[in-house]
Design a protein around this ligand. Structure first.
Ligand SMILES: [Fe+2]
Length: 311
């Protein structure tokens, strides 16, 4: 089989849950994002780059991911990815078309094996980049909890062209779609949920200053600061007002496709989990909040869900 079409990059994520838009001030006043656009029940938050939004808040009855948001470079690659999704048996939610939402552009959506919605968009609205120190520039990565890590990994590799960068024992796999060590990582757990969303600070100095801004406003990290083994990125985790875990990071390892070989990182060597030895292991409370609430995804959108139910 020829090399698969590869997903271009991670744009960000739209979250959903009860009362999410009411938490907007936390992201504006503390986390360092800016409101780019608001409409009834939805808020789009931007970083300092050209991306129309990094993190979205949508009011809904259940807590979880509304969609993970990816970019493709152009319509040709979008159409090729769509054809690949169809050919490889993904649950594809329609043909590529214009998006009618605020971010606009062209693309399509699919469901992953845990019924998460993934949106692929090209020709999106672009904002003017802002020169604003110690504010998140982009979403670095999204980490997903999944009950069948092998099936989900296979899907992201085979259908979406991701490649394995590293493993953390048999508990985590780090997946890349471009030079970033990981845009998606999977954690083996009992039910699908969101583990965390990481925001990239341009420099280590700005990463620390972001932590300081949070601390001055009464939010200390629930885990970190520290530096991970896989990906070699500094981390500081916080819990959002809605109970989602969010991370500041920076300096994520860049992968050279010609030389990189995935490793299995051990979890029983503290200095390989926590390179600075500043963070220690996550507390039981931190593990619990990273396990999160079960995310039902979108079973109602699954193609043929209605005919299947009628049989
Ligand atoms: Fe992370």
């Amino acid at each position: 089989m020829s090399d698969p079409v590869r997903t271009g990059s991670l744009r960000g994520i739209m979250m959903r849950g009860p009362g999410l838009t009411a938490t907007l001030p936390f992201y504006e006043d503390m986390w360092g994002l800016k409101l780019a656009h608001a409409e009834e029940g939805v808020a789009y938050l931007r970083g300092t780059g050209e991306e129309p939004f990094l993190y979205g808040l949508r009011d809904d009855s259940v807590f979880g991911i509304d969609y993970v948001h990816f970019a493709m470079p152009d319509r040709a690659s979008m159409d090729a990815l769509h054809a690949q999704c169809m050919a490889r048996g993904a649950d594809v939610l329609g043909a590529p078309a214009a998006f009618e939402d605020w971010a606009g552009g062209y693309g399509f959506e699919i469901l992953d094996p845990d019924l998460r919605r993934l949106r692929f968009r090209t020709e999106a609205r672009r904002l003017e980049a802002e020169d604003d120190w110690a504010k998140p520039k982009k979403v670095s990565h999204v980490v997903l909890n999944t009950p069948d890590m092998e099936e989900t990994q296979d899907f992201y590799e085979r259908v979406l062209g991701f490649r394995v960068s590293d493993y953390s024992a048999d508990q985590m796999v780090f997946l890349r779609c471009n030079t970033d060590h990981h845009s998606i990582a999977l954690v083996r757990t009992h039910y699908p949920s969101v583990n965390h969303v990481a925001f990239e600070m341009p420099t280590l100095d700005e990463f620390m200053r972001g932590i300081g801004r949070m601390k001055q406003k009464g939010h200390v990290p629930t885990w970190g600061p520290g530096r991970h083994g896989p990906g070699n990125n500094p981390f500081a985790y916080f819990v959002s007002p809605s109970g989602f875990v969010i991370e500041f990071t920076s300096e994520l390892q860049q992968i050279d496709e010609t030389t990189h070989e995935a490793q299995v990182w051990p979890r029983d060597d503290p200095e390989k989990m926590d390179r600075w030895m500043t963070a220690g292991p996550p507390t039981p409370a931190q593990r619990a909040v990273m396990q999160g609430r079960p995310d039902p995804g979108f079973p109602e959108l699954k193609p043929n869900a209605r005919s299947g139910a009628a049989e």
